[in-house]
Design a binder for this molecule. Structure first.
Ligand code: NAD
Ligand code: IPM
Ligand code: MN
Length: 368
């Protein structure tokens, strides 16, 4: 088999900082586990805009289409807030998702034992938590037409359109049911069928796919607002949650805080299988470019490191090595190492981004 290819897009703000730590981890797997990757790098977001005047060049887009997996840091920042909407850093990321057709966004929220005290919720509510949010990523109100800001009489009107086709709902529902079968065998689908027609269709199609193809999986439906409430009340009732693009964006940030910090949450964005059987895939932390701490060495690299673990599992069929990496992270946290975002209850002095990356690599070495 040829060497698998990995495109790294560090992006903006803390993106390059956390990605530098992932590079150490990638190198470790190459040196110590014989897991070699053909790693290349390109620009996305503001970093691309600064050089090329666009948040993603056609060349970078083609590059992303040609590799086995893409690993992205983060995009955006206040410097780019004044830009026209069409060239904002976030558009580069949205283009990648859309053109690679990465419709299933897996956002796990797992509470590491050592961090059960760090959640804003009580320890017994979050200890042992392991849920998976599957967010539809290529449609819905993020992409629906018509959209724009228009003049209507003597005032402006801002328009976005929530739009879902049956096939878009069915394919992400299948992703959820498939994944549930490998986990707790339970799916909860969230929408607003009480007020939105797209929600009514969502509920119907998820139920139909279930009844026809996955009757063995336990399925429930919940309104997304009630889902947000239930996620904070008793999150352990959930196994897999499947929801649309916008609700998934909100609910996954909420779920991130259950685990202690946004700096802990990885994600995988998966599309249809390529010729080699692997899904088209992009891996990225759930957090953004964190402009408030960029350049200070305070960023937590764990979300990005765990995103690489997801790449090992979902793109490269190396579930055992992914588990090795996740256990290394767990061990570092159990030792009490904390980046600044995780400070609080146990009063440890914070370690820097690079120190956290080094500690994970040291734990990997200790695992041999
Ligand atoms: P953010 O996730 O960048 O930051 C929210 C808060 O969490 C900040 O206080 C930040 O310091 C903290 N934080 C985030 N990641 C952290 C980490 N790894 N370690 C320690 N602390 C961390 O969200 P925001 O402030 O709403 O957005 C900033 C910019 O990032 C915006 O331009 C936004 O569009 C963009 N953004 C990009 C992505 C992405 O690239 N996928 C995701 C979300 C937001
Ligand atoms: C995320 C981010 C993105 C989104 C932005 C940066 C386009 O918030 O990945 O969650 O809204 O999807
Ligand atoms: Mn988001």
């Amino acid at each position: 088999m040829s060497t698998p290819s990995l495109l790294i897009l560090p992006g903006d703000g803390i993106g390059p900082e956390v990605m530098a730590e992932v590079r150490k981890v990638i190198d470790w797997f190459g040196d110590k586990r014989g897991l070699k990757f053909e790693v290349s790098e390109d620009l996305v977001g503001g970093a691309s805009y600064d050089v090329h005047g666009t948040p993603l060049t056609d060349e970078a887009m083609e590059h992303a289409q040609s590799v086995d997996a893409v690993l992205l840091g983060a995009v955006g920042g206040p410097k780019y807030d004044v830009l026209d909407f069409s060239v904002k850093p976030e558009r580069g990321l949205l283009r990648l998702r859309k053109e690679m057709d990465l419709y299933a966004n897996l956002r796990p929220a797992q509470c590491f034992d050592a961090l059960a005290d760090f959640s804003s919720l009580k320890k017994d509510v979050v200890a042992g938590l392991d849920i998976m949010i599957i967010r539809e990523l290529t449609s819905g109100v993020y992409f629906g037409e018509p959209r724009g800001i228009f003049q209507e009489g003597n005032e402006r009107v801002g328009i976005n359109t929530q739009r879902y086709t049956e096939s878009e709902i069915a394919r992400v529902a299948r992703s959820a049911f498939e994944l549930a079968r490998k986990r707790g065998n339970k799916v909860c689908s969230m929408e607003k069928a009480n007020v939105m027609e797209s929600g009514v269709l969502w509920r119907q199609v998820v139920q139909e796919v279930h009844d026809a193809e996955y009757p063995d999986v336990e399925l429930s439906h919940m309104y997304a607002d009630a889902g947000a409430m239930q996620l904070t009340r008793w999150p352990k009732q959930f196994d897999v949650i499947v929801t649309d693009n916008l609700f998934g964006d909100l609910l996954s940030d909420l779920a991130a805080m259950l685990t202690g910090s946004l700096g802990m949450l990885p994600s995988a964005s998966l599309g249809a299988p390529m010729a080699n059987g692997r899904p088209k895939a992009l891996y990225e932390p759930v957090h953004g470019s964190a402009p408030d701490i960029a350049g200070t060495g305070k960023a937590n690299p764990i979300a990005c490191i765990l995103s690489f673990a997801m790449a090992l599992r979902y793109s490269f069929d190396k579930g055992d090595e992914a588990t090795r990496l996740e256990e290394a992270v767990n061990a570092v946290l159990a030792d009490g190492l904390r980046t600044a975002d995780l400070l609080g209850q146990d009063g440890a002095a914070p370690v820097s981004t690079a120190e956290m990356g080094d500690a994970v690599v040291a734990k990997l070495s200790a695992s041999l």
